[in-house]
Design a protein around this ligand. Structure first.
Ligand code: LLP
Length: 405
């Protein structure tokens, strides 16, 4: 069950909202930072997972770097205090403005995803008379054994530079007066749970590719293995902090590296997912011919993961748990939102405490790729954030039955 003292802490709060447990966030960040120091593996937080300003400022102050995927993420990372040299800019489709702005301000590295992008960065750097730090994102053709939509390291995916372009990239970098080569970057997918075999394979393959580039005369100082560490969506309370130790020890044992090389990882989900829940209220119970529907006030516009990937999120009736303690009967429900799409369903056939209009429902593990992927579909409002340590600042709920007419 979500870590709150009592459901009354939410009773006056307008729903739906994202609830961030800042204690768990701090605990996760501190654990990751300690392991980063222990294993000598640097962490660039993947801003796309959750770009909450409070979280970004905290991570910047703890010395993490930032992995960004748009010009606006780069600007946000600057604004939140990340060291410019620790800001990486990845993505297959950096536009001219984004490249121009990043060159003007200076960043740790562009993670280039194609030959053409490399030549555009080279030309733009020449035009501005500056040098660009570049790394090459590689497509290593490794199966991350995860959902098709979050697999990024196979030949069929749009990401990374393929083997047949390696030599041309080496020549371009060697000939250029404007490119400073930093290293190689790999990211093969997200929500990877087969940590041992998938990351071991990635490390061995990365080692081979690093040797290839070094044999061609480019010194690979930075080896970036990307993110992807999976979390436990089914048991968020059993494993609130992701298994960073296994991840780092697999890297440590399988990636050949010299003392003058720096190894990076780019976790996003594993840093923030478990500290977030989407809190919603039951609007209606509806008995269909074959199903019991629980219609809640949050929808796919707030959290699109179930509709987009068929993703599983644990769902809890926290009012029933805290208030109707003696009524422990479970009922089977499909939990659906208000949006006009049949895919606007957070869970089907879920066993939940007997539910009633007005009950609060927690959709767990929603701290990553939740709020950042929200949309304004159906002109719905965007769900605000409520922080565990700033509950008094939460938006207030209006009780329309006790409102003056
Ligand atoms: N580095 C790169 C280059 C990435 O593309 C990503 C995620 C990460 C790091 C962070 O990966 P993580 O540690 O969070 O797995 N919206 C999807 C996930 C998309 C991931 C995109 N790239 C979801 O909700 O599952």
């Amino acid at each position: 069950m979500i870590a709150i003292n009592d459901v009354s802490v939410f009773s006056g709060v307008r729903t739906p909202f994202y609830y961030y447990d800042m204690e768990l966030f701090d605990k996760t960040a501190s654990f990751a930072a300690a392991l980063s120091a222990e294993y000598g593996i640097k962490i660039d937080y993947a801003v796309k997972a959750n770009s909450d300003v409070r979280m970004l400022k905290k991570l910047a102050s703890m010395g993490f770097g930032a992995d960004c995927v748009s010009g606006n993420e780069v600007l946000l990372a600057y604004g939140c205090g990340f060291e410019p040299s620790e800001i990486m800019f990845a993505g297959v489709g950096k536009n001219d403005k984004e490249i121009y702005d990043a060159l003007k301000t200076g960043i740790g590295s562009f993670n280039c995803e194609s030959l053409e992008e490399l030549s555009v960065i080279n030309a733009m750097a020449g035009h501005l008379g500056v040098r660009a730090n570049v790394s090459l994102r590689i497509n290593p053709n490794i199966d991350a054994h995860t959902h098709k939509y979050v697999t990024t390291g196979l030949y069929e995916n749009k990401f990374g530079i393929s083997e047949h372009d390696f030599d041309a990239a080496v020549s371009l970098i060697k000939q250029s007066r404007y490119l400073d080569f930093k290293g190689l970057q790999f990211h093969i997918g997200s929500q990877i749970v087969r940590i041992d075999d998938v990351y071991a394979l990635e490390c061995r393959r990365a080692g081979d590719i690093v040797s290839y580039f070094e044999n061609k005369g480019l010194e690979v100082r930075n080896i970036d293995l990307g993110g992807g560490l999976g979390i436990d969506y089914e048991c968020p309370d059993k494993y609130p902090v992701a298994d960073f130790r296994t991840w780092f020890s697999v890297i440590d044992s399988n990636l050949p590296r010299r003392k003058d090389q720096t190894v990076y990882v780019e976790p996003g989900r594993s840093m923030v997912a478990q500290c977030g829940s989407l809190i919603s209220r039951v609007l209606y119970l509806k008995k269909g011919e074959t199903k019991n529907f629980l219609i809640i006030d949050a929808g796919m516009n707030d959290l699109i993961r179930p509709a987009l990937y068929g993703a599983y999120h644990k769902i809890e009736n926290i009012t029933a748990f805290y208030v109707r303690k003696d009524d422990t009967d479970d009922f089977v429900y499909d939990i659906a939102g208000p949006v006009c799409e049949s895919s606007d369903v957070f869970g089907t056939g879920r066993s939940l405490r007997k539910s009633m209009r007005g009950d609060l429902i927690a959709i767990r593990s929603a701290g990553a790729y939740g709020k950042v992927m929200a949309s304004g579909y159906n002109c719905k409002d965007f769900a605000p954030v409520v922080y565990s340590d700033r509950l008094s600042e939460a938006p207030v709920r209006i009780d329309y039955f006790n409102k003056n007419k």
